[in-house]
Write a protein that binds this ligand. Structure first.
Ligand code: AMP
Length: 447
């Protein structure tokens, strides 16, 4: 067997290796070992690896090295589907690129368009963005361009290549130079990714984990059959039972909609559970605070829509509960991928009604495993039925009183108005930055 490689063997510079050590990356993970030399050699790259495998450093390290050799802005554009992932990537770039005078720009929703516009006109070296917000800037701001970008990274690429992103993505790709390196990373290799590989990339280097799908052996996958009407009581009892047996554990519960996420969070809090919600109708600040509380164990349960199913760096989730079975099987893989990370055991329980059996079979086919029944005492559920039902009903009423649906509409309207207004602001002549000379740029980016 070949001896394990070090970061030095991969062709990384000393300063970057030192920085890896400082942030706790001692030796490369497989995705890093394979992809970093290929990216440094100038190749396009498709990396398929499960979440938590070190994908972010696999692309940020070679980008930082290339940037330090020829520093200018805008050098790299990183696209990712959710704001939380963008924050995470931003953090890693910031930590690994600390010795450089690195200018990073986080272009995501929920933050001021004007401030972001100003940042973009100062030519950040690396932009980390969600497609919608970056496309908004392209539509409204003529004073920045990405004509010289060397790298385009698409993180969670299979999710970016779905139709809801296609208009924004098309706009972004349209203003990037054709001659660039494209790096795509994803936990699953979808058909779309296969198509992109053959049509839009030049001889890409492909890293693919050997297993049939990117989930782990340590994951115990179970189902609990429940009548649809009493699903919440089953959920409550599963959580209670698990926490009694494993009191220091962290649990993620995945639900279908923002509204249900909010209702279940309120109801569980009312029933005495230490939990928070995570969904896209929460303010960005609240979303980050909920994640931080969960990561630091100050709450035990995070109730989330699929916004929390991908790529989030939460080291140890012991149990994932699927309140609904996802209709897209790959979403299931991402959800359960939140547990059993870093070779630790994990449990995933799906609440299955009679209408979901077909979906479970699709998941079993995709995963190549049988999902077994989770042994569970139904009498416990009977005893708590009324209490749970009441808590859920009251949470629903509270939400109606807060006009949750109305707020959704207002948020949408506000967003549209803000965009138009800020687009108007941008039409005023803005001061354009002169092209700074390379020496000046080198000074700003000194190690
Ligand atoms: P990612 O797959 O990029 O979300 O990374 C998941 C976690 O693994 C992050 O907390 C990284 O800091 C960590 N990580 C990445 N590369 C390494 C490495 N070579 N050694 C140890 N931890 C790593």
């Amino acid at each position: 067997m070949e001896p394990a490689k070090s970061f030095l063997d991969l062709g990384l510079h000393e300063w970057l290796i030192k920085q890896c050590e400082i942030v706790g990356l001692k030796k490369p993970t497989p995705v890093q070992e394979q992809c970093i030399p290929a990216i440094l050699a100038g190749r396009d790259c498709i990396g398929c690896a499960k979440t938590g495998s070190g994908k972010t450093a696999a692309f940020s390290l070679p980008i930082l090295q290339k940037l330090s050799e020829d520093p200018y802005g805008i050098f790299a554009v990183v696209l990712t589907p959710t704001r939380e992932l963008a924050h995470q990537i931003h953090e890693q770039f910031r930590a690994l690129g600390k010795p450089l005078g690195l200018r990073l720009s986080l272009i995501i929703g929920g933050m001021s368009l004007l401030d972001q516009g100003a940042e973009l006109s100062h030519k950040p070296h690396v932009i980390i963005a969600t497609p919608g917000r970056l496309a908004d800037h392209i539509r409204s701001n003529t004073s920045f361009n990405m004509k010289k970008a060397k790298f385009l990274v698409m993180d969670e690429a299979d999710r970016l290549l779905v139709s809801s992103f296609s208009a924004d993505l098309g706009l972004i790709l349209g203003i990037l130079p054709e001659k660039r390196q494209t790096l795509m990373f994803s936990a699953t290799m979808s058909e779309t990714l296969e198509q992109v590989k053959s049509s839009a990339m030049s001889d890409p280097f492909i890293f693919r984990i050997e297993s049939r799908i990117a989930t782990v052996d340590e994951l115990d996958q179970r189902y609990v059959l429940t009548p649809a009407a009493v699903k919440d009581a089953y959920l409550v009892n599963i959580l209670q039972d698990f926490l009694e047996k494993h009191d220091r554990s962290l649990i993620m519960v995945f639900v279908k909609t923002c509204k249900l996420c909010q209702i279940l969070t309120l109801a569980l809090q009312d029933l005495g559970f230490n939990c928070n919600g995570l969904h896209s109708m929460m303010k960005q600040k609240e979303r980050l605070a909920a994640l931080a509380r969960f990561k630091s164990h100050s709450i035990k349960i995070l109730i989330s829509t699929d916004v929390g199913s991908r790529g989030l760096d939460i080291p140890k989730v012991d149990l994932v509960v699927n309140h609904n079975v996802p209709t897209v099987s790959k979403d299931y893989i991402h959800r359960v991928g939140r547990t059993a990370r870093a070779n630790k055991p994990g449990l995933a329980i799906s609440l299955v009604t009679q209408f979901d059996v077909r979906l479970v079979h699709a998941i079993e086919d995709l995963m190549g495993v049988k999902v077994a029944e989770y042994p569970f005492d139904e009498e416990l559920v009977q005893a708590s039925l009324n209490e749970v039902e009441l808590a859920v009903r009251q949470a629903g009423i509270k939400l109606d009183e807060e006009d949750f649906d109305e707020r959704r509409l207002i948020n949408k309207r506000k967003d549209a108005i803000l965009r138009e207004w800020e687009a108007g602001e941008e039409e005023k002549p803005t001061q354009t930055l002169g092209n700074s000379s390379k020496t000046k740029r080198n000074k700003q980016l000194k190690r």
